[in-house]
Write a protein that binds this ligand. Structure first.
Ligand code: R5P
Length: 298
């Protein structure tokens, strides 16, 4: 029983201070529930509004691709420099320490390997397992114009329904089949469809011409996929252009983990994304960090 005689009598209701009301910082997410917004804040850095997602989910259809042979050796040292990791639940449970503290974006679709038709995917994760793993988001591929377009869209809409039920955001990933033209017209179509059907953010490729029309016409944030390995300056330039033209960050894999200095590369990408560092300066930083690490290893 507390000693009621010692209770403080005076109270201050700050009648002259208006109640704080802040719009949520992630595009298109103002009306989402608290849990959904909290999870998005574990992916998008509230200070810059942008994200560096490190994509390492390639094994779900490619097996141990170059750079991902040993996630414990090659990837875990990079994690401190990422805002979020995009990966499968298998790698998460087996290899990533639960103390890693990064936003976790779980790959939620799969099925065919590189030996088969890739668009023939199905959902490959139950939302309850995503909640059990404290995922910040779940990711599903959509194949607009692909052989299994409708099936992949159905995967997205079912995942969005489940995500909305549990407060877990969904990342719609626009996959491009071999026969698709990679241009702004195609990506406007694919990104808008994903957002209209409920994706909370969308991952898509950068295109040199009219990329800003892709970001402008999508009502949720777009994160840029890295794509095949480029020389580091080219990859940093692409990231710089993407964020300058409206992307809310990157979800990059091979251009980081297949670099000959992944630790240096992810730090340079971080400077471009969060501080709008010019690509040439970020490349200088990459070269400096790379040579420092080479010296340390000698
Ligand atoms: C591909 O299906 C996966 O979602 C990858 O995470 C994605 O392609 C990004 O990786 P990268 O930057 O290597 O293209």
């Amino acid at each position: 029983m507390p000693d009621i005689d010692s209770l403080k009598e005076s109270k201050n209701y700050y009648l002259d201070v208006p109640c704080r009301r802040e719009a949520f910082f992630v595009k298109g997410s103002t009306s989402l529930d608290w849990g959904m917004q909290n999870r998005l804040s574990r992916i998008f850095n509230p200070a810059s509004g942008r994200t560096v997602m490190l994509a390492i989910d390639h094994g779900y259809f490619q097996g141990p691709t170059s750079g991902l042979e040993r996630v414990d050796v090659n990837i875990l040292p990079l994690a401190p420099y990422a805002d979020a990791l995009m990966l499968t639940r298998g790698i998460l449970r087996t290899t990533v320490p639960s103390s890693c503290g990064k936003g976790i974006v779980l790959r939620a679709s799969g099925g065919p390997s590189i030996l088969k038709e890739l668009s023939n995917e199905q959902l490959a994760l139950d939302i309850e397992d995503a909640v059990r793993l404290n995922a910040a988001a779940v990711a599903v591929q959509v194949f607009i114009g692909g052989d299994y377009e409708t099936q992949s869209i159905h995967n997205l809409t079912r995942l969005v329904d489940m995500g909305n039920r549990y407060g877990v955001p969904v990342l719609g990933v626009t996959a491009v089949g071999k026969s698709m033209t990679r241009d702004a017209r195609y990506f406007r179509l694919a990104c808008r469809i994903a957002a209209e059907l409920g994706a909370h953010f969308v991952k898509t490729y950068y295109v040199e011409e009219d990329f800003e029309t892709v970001t402008a016409s999508c009502p949720v944030p777009i994160v840029m996929a890295g794509g095949k390995k480029l020389p580091e300056l080219d990859a940093l330039t692409m990231a710089y252009k993407a964020v300058s033209e409206g992307a809310a960050g990157v979800d990059m894999g091979r251009n980081i983990f297949q670099s000959d200095a992944p630790l240096a590369m992810i730090q340079a990408v971080g400077k471009v994304v969060h501080e709008s560092m010019k690509p040439e300066e970020a490349h200088e930083l990459f070269l400096t960090l790379r040579s420092e690490s080479q010296t340390e290893n000698e």
